[in-house]
Design a binder for this molecule. Structure first.
Ligand code: PEP
Length: 266
């Protein structure tokens, strides 16, 4: 269902009216985690200032340590809905448990499946049946074939509004948190008609790498990027070191304005 063999045209997925597909490079930005209404609104305004048309933000955080901040749950979803009402930005947010799919979908415009759940087949089937667009992160240890098969689990339930997201894979390298596999973009785009985006924040895990990796993402043909921003990263409850700050926004806006245009995209 997701293969290009039976569907040669590349697909565009619409999220609350915002296109993600071959003609555009969509910027999705926002806080890694929803922490407070003020922090989320400030991050959403930063995102919009950089040209983002979709707001990201996690209310359910799949953390490596059970002692780390796990997200605000439904209270976080309510904050996202308030910020959407205030800014007009549709919401992308993660769901980590099949039992929460209906609840998260009642707030979200797009459901995110994180790298750690990329082969949670019950969860993939649940999001496939809920009728909302899905962003499927690549498992950090998944081959491209396994990633596409995970997408097939969603598609099989009748949902072809799927966006693939390369977010770095595990390698021997320790200088970056994960190794961004830029070749995954053209490879996946050749094999599948689904849009493919890149997460330069979670792949590098470092603020100073986000803009270089964003430029690489656009150059290699990604259909979008999803980027963490935070008004006070030193206080962030999750992944502060990779969040862009106010001082980075002009350059991000410039890259998003100029780089896609070089490739004939908007
Ligand atoms: C995220 O985008 O909030 C996230 C946790 O990403 P990943 O699943 O890629 O680690």
């Amino acid at each position: 269902l997701v293969s290009r063999d039976n569907h040669p045209e590349r697909s565009t997925v619409r999220v609350g009216g915002v296109p993600i597909g071959p003609d555009t490079v969509t910027l999705i930005a926002g806080p890694c985690a929803v922490e407070t209404p003020e922090q989320t609104l400030a991050a959403a305004r930063m995102a919009a200032a950089a040209g983002a048309t979709l707001l990201r933000g996690g209310a359910y955080k799949p953390r490596t340590s059970p002692y780390a901040f796990q997200g605000l749950g439904e209270a976080g979803l309510r904050i996202l809905a308030e910020v959407r009402a205030e800014t007009g930005l549709p919401i992308v947010t993660e769901v980590v448990d099949a039992h929460d799919v209906e609840l998260v979908a009642s707030y979200a415009d797009m459901l995110q499946i994180g790298t750690r759940n990329a082969q949670n087949f019950a969860l993939l089937q649940a999001v496939g049946g809920i009728g909302k667009p899905v962003m499927l992160k690549r498992g950090m240890n998944a081959t491209i074939e396994e990633w596409l098969m995970a997408a097939e689990y969603i598609a099989q339930r009748g949902n072809l509004d799927i966006v693939l997201c390369e977010r770095g894979i595990r390698t021997f390298e320790t200088a970056t948190r994960n190794t961004l596999d830029v070749s995954a973009v053209p490879v996946a785009q050749r094999l599948s008609h689904l849009p493919v985006i890149i997460d330069p924040s979670h792949s590098g895990g470092r603020r100073d790498l986000v803009l270089p990796l964003t430029r690489a993402a656009i150059a290699v043909g990604a259909d979008g990027v999803i980027i963490d921003v935070h008004p006070r990263p030193e206080l962030a409850l999750c992944d502060g070191p990779q969040a862009l700050v106010d001082g980075d926004l002009d350059e991000l806006a410039r890259v998003m304005r100029e780089f896609p245009a070089l490739l004939g995209k908007s």
